[in-house]
Design a binder for this molecule. Structure first.
Ligand code: FE2
Ligand code: FE2
Length: 273
């Protein structure tokens, strides 16, 4: 039960901060006259800010039943922000917000992250966990797409005059598109593809690219914070995508350890998936 509490708090702390920041990014991309949407975004910001604060008041000794109820509350908030993001996506795609600065792919991307968070909370509360070999493929398909999107956002939000960095971002975008296709190939070859050597190689290959994208994001974040490059990337967005790459790396490492049969005591696979 302690593991359930630990895993729940870890997921909620990570993703509620992410959801809070999405609310800010969406707000910054709306037009001044979109006051209703700005208000809604502000509302989500404070909801997830409160959830984040509450998650830090709980600890490993909190009653699991209390955490179960908290997870339901967070689940509802995740569902609502997902609905909001899909509504905004519809407005942008149907040209109802001309001149706004939220890319449709970015809004869709943040809605996929909300959906992932929601599913994670359901799995935690139901105790219904995906088998390891399925989780390895599904989590990688999800996160490779996330990483490929990040590379595209960075490439489009850098100033076009930052030619070298824009080229690098495009290379990462191609690299992750290819990795995503490979992951989907592996997925369609299930269950035959789910052998230990193939899955292990899959994780190794993905890790190499995620490490280099993570380093690129870290450099970009530091350059943006120090105002050394030209872009319209908010410093918090640069840090946000860096943290998401770190999260993916932690998940890859955890899978690798489980495949090798090493089960670190503080990171139990079964309570994550
Ligand atoms: Fe995000
Ligand atoms: Fe993201």
């Amino acid at each position: 039960m302690n593991e359930f509490v630990t895993r729940s708090l870890d997921e909620v702390r990570f993703w509620s901060r992410i959801m809070k920041e999405h609310s800010l990014f969406l707000k910054l991309g709306f037009r001044c006259e979109d006051t209703q949407l700005i208000q809604e975004a502000n509302g989500f910001y404070s909801i997830f800010e409160q959830i984040e604060a509450k998650s830090h008041q709980y600890n490993v000794n909190t009653d699991p039943q209390k955490i179960r109820e908290f997870n339901v509350e967070v689940y509802n908030a995740a569902v609502h922000i997902w609905v909001f993001k899909r509504k905004v996506l519809g407005l942008i795609i149907n040209c109802k917000l001309p001149g706004g600065n939220n890319f449709p792919l970015l809004v869709d991307h943040t809605s996929r992250e909300a959906n992932y968070f929601r599913n994670r909370l359901t799995e935690l509360n139901n105790g219904q966990l995906e088998p390891l070999h399925d989780a390895i493929i599904d989590e990688n398909v999800f996160f490779l797409k996330i990483m490929a999107d990040h590379a595209k956002f960075i490439g489009h939000l850098l100033d076009p005059s930052e030619r070298k960095l824009v080229d690098q971002a495009r290379e990462f975008s191609n690299d992750f598109d290819n990795l995503l296709w490979q992951a989907q190939d592996l997925s369609s070859m299930r269950p035959q593809s789910q052998s230990q050597p193939l899955l292990s190689q899959f994780l190794d290959q993905n890790r190499v690219s995620v490490v280099s994208l993570r380093d690129f994001k870290k450099t970009a974040r530091d350059l943006i914070e120090a105002c050394r490059i030209k872009s319209i990337i908010h410093p918090l967005l640069a840090d946000h995508v860096y943290r998401e790459a770190e999260r993916f790396l932690e998940i890859i490492d955890m899978f690798e350890n489980h495949l090798k049969g090493k089960r670190p005591s503080d990171f139990d696979y079964n309570s994550l998936h």
